[in-house]
Design a protein around this ligand. Structure first.
Ligand code: AKB
Length: 321
């Protein structure tokens, strides 16, 4: 049977690139992008787009009835920093949005659901280095609490209702095609833009704050790999630990300085420092490697070269990399 794929929250950092990849794989008309507004990226003109607020259950039903998707990627969420500023909305959007999708998966018999979790499910009591899949999880942000509760709900719907839901605990995602919004790891994207424009980055974290990160091509690969893996290979139905690299603002600054020696960073930590301090430094993703063959392709240096190479033309620059 032909696959029809609905992406909810398609205009965000991951959604924009995921829609592009899915349309290459399945065909433009097979992938329905949806969000509360239509993004201006060219990808949203290449196939169907629906305005959809995931809190509007009736509208979700209409979209599902119209397209009868076999797979749904539910990406709509408020990220860590924004959810701290708007806790009620963060909780409602992140939880009720997920309930609506899981209930719809049962009602409309959707074959597969993808829902992203995050390293934010960990907290100050979690072992910070090489954080294992199962350990103390005491998130102290609204975003992290909603993601941990969401993980439990995903596993519950798998067990009670047989919903084939798959999930990854993303670290910070870094890419050049679309911008993140409202996250604690966002600095690791804007630092590249600053390097190519003002040669100075004002960092909202301290120099030594090490966090797990992942380059977008690896994030897309992991997402599509877990969705394409045979169901029996998916042993974890809450969410898999996933790792690419770990670095601090000081280390990414040094990585950029290899190619742009005049670049520098000024450290001006704000409220996001407390969030970052509660998260792991590095992640053990051996379960994902063992169960469905996960292996990242990029490290800090290869990502830095690729980011600079792809962003430089946007600012009319030619770098020898
Ligand atoms: C954030 O910083 O909120 C996200 C995340 C790690 O989930 N990038």
């Amino acid at each position: 049977m032909a696959e029809n794929i609905l992406v909810i929250g398609a205009c965000g950092q991951l959604g924009t690139e995921l829609v592009e990849e899915l349309r290459k794989m399945y065909g433009n008309d097979q992938v329905i992008a949806s969000d509360i507004f239509k993004g201006d990226d060219v990808v949203f003109r290449s196939g169907p787009f629906e305005i959809l607020d995931i809190l509007d259950k009736k509208r979700l039903g209409e979209v599902l009835y119209k397209y009868k998707p076999t797979q749904v990627y539910h990406l709509a969420a408020l990220l860590s920093a924004t959810a701290e500023l708007k806790p009620k909305l963060g909780w409602t959007l992140n939880m009720d949005g997920l309930f609506n999708v899981l209930d719809a998966a049962v009602e409309f018999r959707i074959d597969k659901i993808y829902w992203p979790s995050s390293i934010a499910v960990f907290g100050p009591g979690t072992p910070a280095n090489n954080t294992p899949q199962n350990c103390v999880m005491d998130p102290n942000t609204i975003y992290g609490i909603s993601k941990l509760a969401g993980e439990r709900y995903c596993e519950y719907y798998f067990r009670k209702h047989g919903v084939d839901v798959r999930s990854l605990r993303y670290p910070g995602l870094i890419g050049y095609k679309s911008d993140p919004g409202g996250g604690t790891t966002d600095y690791a994207v804007s630092i590249y833009h600053d390097a190519l424009t003002t040669a100075l980055h004002h960092c909202f974290l301290k120099a030594d704050t090490e966090l797990p990160m992942l380059y977008m091509p690896d994030a897309l690969k992991a997402t599509l790999d877990i969705m394409h893996a045979p169901a029996e290979k998916i042993k974890i139905r809450s969410s898999y630990n996933l790792a690419g690299m770990s670095f601090s603002p000081k280390e990414i600054t040094a990585a950029i300085q290899k190619y742009i020696p005049a670049f520098d960073t000024l450290y001006m930590p704000d409220s996001r420092q407390e969030i970052a301090d509660s998260w792991p430094n590095s992640i053990d993703d051996s379960e994902a490697r063992k169960d469905w063959g996960w292996k990242p392709g990029y490290d800090l240096d290869s990502m830095t070269r690729d980011m600079l190479k792809n962003l430089a033309p946007r600012y009319g620059l030619a770098l020898s990399l």
